[in-house]
Design a protein around this ligand. Structure first.
Ligand SMILES: [Zn+2]
Length: 682
């Protein structure tokens, strides 16, 4: 039997977490910091691990995934998931509107004419969720509309998919809230935010990049390892609610209900009473949608009155009461000025087009990738050509075609370099490669820079302040030649660089210092082994708990790992036999960077060893999470409330009631200055 107090604590934590989740995702007005939220979740996960009998299927700590699905079972949809008919023309939207009015025998200017909802069309993957007694029972892909794949374990990891929805009727309080026998279906779109998409691509090898967030979402939902799905941060936006209890509730009321139930819905949805309102909405969002953090590709119009939908009916393929207007692909034409050949961290030389700046999909574009030499040949692109560019997946602009009619007489073919633009070494083009390659791995400045930038990137060591401009100067001034050298930098050495003052130099050295606490898997990824993305680095770190053991592994052993093929195995094996790589690893080891998974986090010092510290009031020098991290790096931890077990209270400006309590309990109180001294003191 588990202690009653623990049961109550687990229940309290779950309610708290659900509430904060709702405030954060649905209401977009969080009350606590992310790290505080993570702490609640960690606490719950800890209790559930200790007392597995307390685990329930709707516990938020169970979202982290971990189920491996070999094959997704097939699901037959209760109601077929019809696709909507599409149009790219606003005139056709008008025709659609008039057709519906005619089928309903209504005049267009009839003041009581039925309304339509206009919703933004998220560019993602459609899924269906079935709830029983308020609890998520099953989640499936659309598939062919009649049957899809059961991907419940993957969908459960998405924070905006409620595992149990909130009571939504007045007076509802209990868990089952009166829908014992009713099945409720919610449909919507799973999508990935633009920033999360960029981070995901950064963590993947060059040859495994996703073209756009939609592809990344589709690929993620098909993963067999739900823990990896959980890491990729997908979102779910709901736009369909069906169940007997809802009767003939209008569509826009259903959307409001979904929100009450804890689902994320399109907050920009508008009820349009006239065709003009619809056209205005479409026109307005053609511009505004570029500022959204996710991609939308159109507007969905639905007859709001559900009872009228039967009158209008459906064809075998799609309903007649709804239509999807899609914004035309975003293209622009501009002039190619020059082609610059860029050298990457593995020596690959990629052509980049420099263009006359042009507005495209909400941003100004002046660069575009040309991918490789074959692409230049295929397009027959020349300098001063007028080219058509498109945003593929609306993120990375790409040259689609050349306007031959407008080719000027002085158009010049692109000159393919023979030597590396960075180091002057003769370039090679290995057989069956589409790109040129600089073989000067050891000395090529461009390669050195790119490797260091990769090491410092978000998914690897996440060293803030170490941007392109600084890295360039560090390499040029020979202060740094590889990632291992970063740790011997001092503020004095940095101060000679452009735009580096005393404060920023000290800050950067601290950031480098701090990166030593990153996990061994991230160090492994940061080393930039060819074909090894973050996911593979994690797998290697799990199978080989230390860098030493991994460096000894044979190709055959490596190849035996589930997601490691021959190409990766050979690449890892070769890497550890490369003298340049070995010297970097030795430098990192000497600097105290983590080289194994067991190794506990490297402490800066043990000034707060075992101490529980409470912060109150505003700190001047550090943001709260940073202060908490400083404490952790010194062996202590932050706690949120003062008790007689508290070791120290740090009082900033305008301290709250915690200070009084500390005084009453006789807990030691220090000012921010004293805290600062304790951080670095002997
Ligand atoms: Zn080079």
């Amino acid at each position: 039997m588990v202690d009653e107090a623990i049961v109550l604590e687990v229940e309290r934590l779950r309610r708290e977490i659900d509430r904060h989740n709702y405030l954060y995702y649905v209401e977009a007005r969080p009350e606590i910091e992310d790290y505080e939220f993570d702490r609640l979740l960690e606490k719950l996960a800890g209790l559930e691990q200790k007392h597995p009998e307390l685990i329930t299927p709707d516990s938020p700590a169970q979202r982290v995934g971990g189920w491996i699905t070999k094959e997704f079972p097939t699901v037959i949809h209760r109601e077929p998931m019809l696709s909507l008919s599409n149009t790219y023309s606003t005139e056709e939207v008008g025709e659609f509107y008039r057709r519906v009015m005619k089928l309903l025998d209504r005049q267009e200017d009839d003041p009581s004419a039925p309304a339509f909802t206009a919703e933004l069309k998220f560019d993602g993957v459609a899924v269906s969720l079935v709830y029983e007694n308020g609890l998520l029972l099953q989640g499936a892909t659309r598939g062919d509309g009649a049957r899809g794949d059961d991907i419940t374990p993957n969908l459960r990891t998405i924070n905006t998919v409620p595992l149990r929805f909130r009571p939504f009727r007045n007076g509802d309080t209990g868990n089952s809230g009166g829908y014992e026998d009713s099945l409720i279906e919610v449909r919507g779109e799973v999508f990935m935010r633009k920033d999360d998409f960029a981070t995901l691509n950064e963590s993947r090898p060059d040859d495994e990049q996703f073209a756009n967030p939609r592809n990344a979402t589709a690929g993620t939902l098909k993963l067999q390892d739900s823990a990896e799905v959980a890491r990729r941060k997908l979102y779910f936006v709901a736009y369909y609610l069906e169940g007997e209890v809802f009767g003939e509730m209008a569509h826009h009321v259903r959307l409001e209900t979904l929100k009450k139930m804890g689902f994320l819905t399109d907050r920009y949805c508008r009820l349009c009473r006239e065709l003009q309102d619809i056209q205005t909405f479409i026109g307005e969002w053609d511009r505004k949608r570029w500022s959204l953090p996710y991609e939308t590709d159109g507007v969905v119009l639905k007859l709001d009155d559900i009872s009228l939908r039967d009158v209008v009916g459906s064809t075998s393929k799609s309903p007649r009461w709804a239509i999807a207007y899609k914004y035309p692909a975003q293209r622009a034409s501009t002039v190619l000025r020059k082609v610059v050949f860029q050298v990457g961290r593995l020596g690959t030389v990629t052509p980049v087009a420099h263009l006359d700046p042009v507005r495209l999909a909400g941003t100004t574009v002046s660069r575009s990738t040309l991918h490789n030499l074959d692409e230049i040949e295929r397009l027959d692109i020349r300098l001063r050509d007028t080219v058509l560019i498109e945003k593929a997946g609306e993120i990375i602009p790409k040259v689609i075609s050349v306007d031959m009619q407008q080719r000027p007489s002085d158009a010049e073919p692109v000159e393919v370099p023979e030597v590396c633009p960075s180091c002057g070494t003769i370039l090679e083009r290995p057989a069956d490669e589409v790109n040129l390659f600089c073989p000067n791995e050891q000395e090529c400045p461009a390669q050195k820079r790119a490797r260091i930038e990769h090491f410092a990137s978000r998914n690897a060591m996440d060293i803030s302040g170490l941007g392109k401009a600084i890295v360039e100067q560090l390499v040029e001034k020979k202060l740094v030649s590889d990632a291992g050298d970063l740790f011997s930098l001092t503020p004095d050495m940095l101060q000679g660089l452009e735009r580096q003052g005393e404060t920023s130099s000290t800050k950067l050295v601290k950031a480098i210092e701090k990166s030593r606490t990153r996990g061994y898997d991230r160090v492994l990824f940061g080393l930039g082994i060819r074909h090894v993305g973050l996911a593979t680095a994690r797998e290697l770190a799990e199978a080989y708990p230390s860098m030493d053991v991994l460096s000894e592994a044979s190709v055959e052993e490596l190849e035996a790992l589930p997601d490691v093929g021959k190409v990766i195995a050979e690449s890892v094996y070769t890497f550890f036999r490369n003298p340049v790589a070995c010297s970097i690893i030795e430098k990192l080891r000497a600097a105290g960077v983590r080289m194994s998974s067991e190794e506990s986090r490297t402490l800066v010092n043990s000034n707060f060893d075992g101490m529980k510290i409470v912060f109150t009031g505003t700190l001047e020098r550090h943001a709260r999470p940073e202060a908490a991290e400083l404490v952790v790096e010194r062996g202590g931890r932050e706690v949120r409330s003062v008790s007689k077990n508290t070791d120290l209270v740090v009082a900033g400006k305008d301290p709250g009631s915690k200070l009084e309590k500390a005084r009453k309990l006789g807990v030691r109180v220090v000012s921010e200055e004293e805290f600062e001294a304790m951080l670095f003191g002997e």
